[in-house]
Design a binder for this molecule. Sequence first.
Ligand code: HEC
Ligand code: HEC
Length: 282
Amino acid sequence: MQVKIVIGTVAFMLTMMILGFAVLREPARLSQYTDAAKGRSIEAGAHIFENNCATCHGVDGDATECYNSAGEQVGCQGLPLNNYDLLCGDPTYRMGTLNWAGTKEDFVKTTISAGRFGTVMPVWSEEFGGPMRPDQVQNVTDFVLNWESEDLCANEPVRYAWPEAAADYLASADGSAGDATNGAELYVTYGCSGCHGDTALEGSNAVGPWLGDIADVGNTRVDGLDAAGYVYQSILDPNAFIVPDCPTGPCASPSAMPGTFAARIGSNPTDMADLLAFLLGN
Ligand code: HEC
Ligand code: HEC
């Protein structure tokens, strides 16, 4: 009898210890499981990105290197996603500029799911008539969010205060010496050419107006603005004036031209002078 009780007690205690150990390990096991699942999701997202998004957002997601279906390098129509303003902080700078009140993940996922109405950013989720299942949208969302890193977020970009009038900018140290040759390169790397085409080739524009004659046309668009003032305003605030004619019909309002160039070019304010020198020298 005594022996049975002892054996019973020991067995019971052993069971409790094993159970207790398993319970204690559960959170660790679960988080390993979630990490592995997240890893697989990010990997699947990388393939989706390469096949569907890199044409506009760039092979590294920083909107500097884009290729068309023929494999030729073209200007990136999309915004940089591997980018401080989209990913760093919570709320991020982009969430602030678009008055987004939800979470960062929802911001990225909703944009991917529903696209951006009136812009070339397509709808992706089946839910809104796009080609992707919810799990695929989640994969590519995880992939984009995974670009957030200590390195990327170490330094907040400079928030340049653009003078209201082009003349004041051009009279400042940053605006004084435009370099048209560098401007021609920036016209491609900022993605202008992806929408506006080659300035030397009329009709090569895909989304926005052709800019080969903007040095003349720019003088006629808005009362009181000369071509420099007009192009300056068009880049910093695309909605200030909506051009009547785009390649596929009237230009849409709000503008399909991203409103992020003030922030992006603001990291290197002399780039504006170079772009103006290039566009107005044509
Ligand atoms: C995603 C496409 C897209 C990108 C990228 C883009 N634009 Fe535009 N842009 C447009 C569209 C569409 C319009 C016409 C609608 C409007 O008035 O905003 C436009 C209008 C303009 C105009 C006015 C043209 C006119 O005929 O009056 C200028 C100037 C301009 N963009 C310059 C630029 C420069 C410089 C860049 C690069 C720094 C750039 N754009 C990048 C789509 C784009
Ligand atoms: C045809 C070109 C194009 C393709 C393809 C494209 N995008 Fe975009 N995307 C854009 C443009 C242009 C914008 C900016 C729209 C605007 O002006 O707000 C954008 C915006 C975004 C944004 C929001 C960025 C921000 O700072 O607000 C995210 C996130 C995004 N795209 C993800 C994706 C993903 C993921 C894919 C692939 C599944 C994809 N895009 C495919 C053109 C594209």
